[in-house]
Design a protein around this ligand. Structure first.
Ligand code: SAM
Length: 680
């Protein structure tokens, strides 16, 4: 067995905090029971290391141990109390029975596979959980000799067995996934009234293995259970496939357009999007033409209306700065940098972005004061090398003494500029001294001399400070990678947010930004699996900071093509995007049969019913610069509650790959640098 009891205890308490309490389970007894029962003791050795993953896991007899969150939700809904006698149908590994046994007085659990009953008995005995009785048999018949029960938990889905209704005590509750086949069950909570009648409440869609018995005969049969061991959330409640009512409401509310981005009538959407400090325009991939084009159109029209002062994108500061100088017609000083030469080049060096930049350059030409022109800035932090160069060049110009100090301090990092990951690894292992203090000292120097430096040239000063801050945060970021993905993710999004704040500060009190980045950075992370895992993001930080002054728009597609790489550093290829998965928002949108639409989700623009339906968590697809169709479900889908994540959703059913720009060595472009900001 890997990992000792202490590790498991820690994992358990993280599981309770991040997967269960964070998603709204509040009952202290349930949380405490989940914290107590060692889930690793109910699975085979080969999957023990995954015991605290947020998913169902395979057990013997091709069955599954339920996802911890599902167990917690079901037990909470049953309102189990000390003194209760509880029946579980479908004991499987015995885990849910064990959790119940930490609250109730007595638990009776039935399982139809003898091999599972024996394994469950061993697990429960070894833990000394003496108040669980197990029986091998057909649970649809209940356990008549021990009835009535205060609560009944059915861990497999099908029709509601009459025997179970009868064996429920007055005032008792039963929870059961009802419905035929996988993906179309509803989690129903029954309550037996004093007059023996049953009231019911639908808690949302779930996926459970079938309840197989003499009473509830499931046509799918056991072998075709379709249960997907190891797949995340195969039984996640409140996650629906496309229920007709959601679809109807969506159809009613969607503002359809023909799908041609050039022709879209934007007015109603622009009215909703105008007038915010931060308009966040998210994309569902870094390689889909329509996402770039519609985002550019919205931004253009709002710029023309005087609503946007600058565009800030998920790109590195120095690279975007080259484009900024080009669109504003400002002479560029400092090292000559051809922007976006590294992987993933197409993310910004694409025809769609170039078209927008050309338009913006033309628009800016009409504005006399360069400071009034609409700029283009980068929020990201992957440019350690060029940012160091930029800071040094700036200081050489304005303050040679500080420049030589900076050369000395940055010298700590320069050997690693081309391989910052190795620096991060060695520094985080304590194998070399971290350069943190040294790089912070230079940022500090720049901030302290603000008045002096800024007087000479505000924009150049902003450039230098942002590059120095980028160096400081990148230094931390590369070390944070080795503290786990959550730490580095949060640091990166915090950096993007701080950069946005600095830009807004630079542009004055009423400034307004259009932000272009991936959905995963711009949709509120607290409404997604990211948040449940302790991650926050730029969109969430913007909402916290600006409240209703932040308007976030997400995008999605059903199928088509995308420009992406199979692996980091691989060449970009045009790939087919697989049709969206059942149970996803994209699939629901596809089923509307509209080729493209805007879907406003803010209270004042949409119906409460629609928002309620869509708040039922579903899958959402996220393709970055990498696309792995063969492992699409695990690599590219996560759960989200759309109306909490975004203020508006744009859906384009079929989309095409972006058109990458030729690289800088292309002979044709060499003679026309003025027309080509991406470097020659
Ligand atoms: N609660 C279990 C746990 O924590 O491991 C999960 C059990 S699994 C999702 C559902 C179980 O229901 C399977 O082990 C399956 O064999 C069992 N099952 C299905 N139909 C049954 C029936 N009619 N009677 C008893 N068990 C049944």
């Amino acid at each position: 067995m890997r990992g000792g009891p202490e590790l498991h205890e820690r994992q358990r308490s993280e599981m309770v905090e991040q997967q269960i309490a964070a998603r709204g389970v509040r009952d202290d007894r349930v949380l405490e029971a989940m914290r107590t029962v060692p889930r690793e003791r109910f699975v085979g050795e080969e999957v023990q290391e995954f015991a605290y993953e947020d998913s169902a896991l395979p057990i013997e007899a091709r069955q599954t141990i339920s996802q911890p969150y599902v167990v917690a939700v079901m037990v909470e809904a049953l309102q189990v109390e000390p003194g209760d006698r509880v029946l579980e149908v479908g004991a499987g590994s015995g885990y849910a029975a064990a959790v119940l046994s930490r609250i109730a007085d007595e638990v009776f659990a039935i399982e139809r596979h003898r091999i599972l009953v024996e394994a469950a008995r061993r697990s429960l005995e070894s833990l000394g959980y003496g108040n669980v009785r197990l029986r091998h048999g057909d649970g649809t018949l209940g356990w008549e000799e021990e009835a009535p029960f205060d609560a009944i938990l059915v861990s497999a889905g099908g029709a509601v067995p009459e025997a179970l209704k009868e064996q429920l005590a007055p005032g008792g509750r039963m929870i059961i996934p009802v419905g035929e086949g996988m993906g179309s069950q509803d989690l129903i909570l029954f309550q037996k009234e004093e007059d023996q009648s049953l009231t019911e409440q639908n808690l949302g869609a779930v996926r459970f293995v079938p309840l197989i018995g003499t009473v509830a005969d499931n046509p799918g049969g056991e072998a075709a259970s379709g249960d997907n061991p190891g797949h995340r959330s195969s039984q996640f409640p409140f996650r629906a496939s496309s229920a007709p009512s959601a679809l109807d409401r969506l159809r009613r509310q969607a503002e359809s357009f023909a799908g041609d981005v050039k022709e879209v009538e934007l007015s109603p959407a622009l009215d909703r999007m105008a007038g915010h400090t931060a308009l966040l325009l998210g994309e569902a991939s870094h390689g889909t033409s329509e996402f770039y084009r519609i985002r550019a159109r919205i931004t253009r029209e709002l710029i023309q209306r005087g609503e946007i002062d600058f565009v800030a994108v998920e790109a590195d500061w120095p690279d975007a700065a080259v484009l900024d100088r080009w669109v504003r017609g400002v002479e560029r000083e400092g090292p000559s940098l051809a922007p976006f030469q590294r992987f993933p080049r197409w993310m910004w060096a694409n025809q769609e972005t170039l078209e927008f930049l050309r338009w913006l350059r033309g628009f800016n030409e009409e504005i006399q004061d360069p400071e009034e022109r609409v700029g283009f800035f980068g929020l990201d932090l992957y440019s350690l090398h060029s940012s160091i160069e930029e800071v040094l060049a700036y200081l050489d110009d304005v303050d040679p003494d500080t420049a030589s100090l900076a050369r000395d301090r940055f010298g700590c990092l320069t050997p690693w500029e081309k391989d910052p990951q190795t620096y991060g690894r060695l520094a985080s292992m304590g194998r070399m001294e971290a350069c943190e203090e040294k790089v912070l000292e230079i940022l500090q120097q720049l901030l302290e001399k603000r008045l002096e430096y800024e007087r000479a040239d505000g924009l150049k000063y902003l450039d230098a400070v942002e590059n120095a801050r980028l160096v400081a945060n990148a230094e931390r970021y590369y070390r944070a990678i080795y503290q786990g993905p959550k730490v580095s993710w949060n640091l990166r999004d915090q950096h993007m947010f701080d950069t946005l704040l600095a830009l807004l500060g630079h542009h004055g009190p009423d400034a307004s930004a259009a932000v272009w980045a991936h959905n995963s950075h711009l949709g509120d992370a607290s409404a997604t699996e990211l948040g449940a895992g302790g991650k926050h993001n730029l969109g969430q930080l913007c909402r916290q900071q600006f409240g209703r002054g932040c308007y976030s728009v997400g995008m999605g597609t059903h199928t088509g093509t995308v420009l992406a790489a199979h692996d980091w550093g691989d060449p970009g290829e045009i790939m087919e995007v697989r049709p969206s998965l059942e149970g996803s928002y994209e699939r629901l949108c596809h089923e509307s049969e509209e080729p493209a639409f805007f879907l406003p989700l803010r209270e004042e623009h949409s119906s409460a019913d629609l928002r309620r339906e869509l708040a039922v968590e579903r899958l959402q697809r996220a393709i970055g610069v990498i696309y792995r169709p063969s492992t699409e479900r695990t690599s590219h889908y996560f759960h989200a509650a759309l109306p909490r994540q975004f203020d508006e959703w744009i859906f384009l059913d079929r989309t095409q790959a972006v058109e990458p720009l030729l690289d800088a060595s292309d002979a044709e472009l060499k003679g026309i640098p003025d027309m080509y900001p991406f470097g020659v």
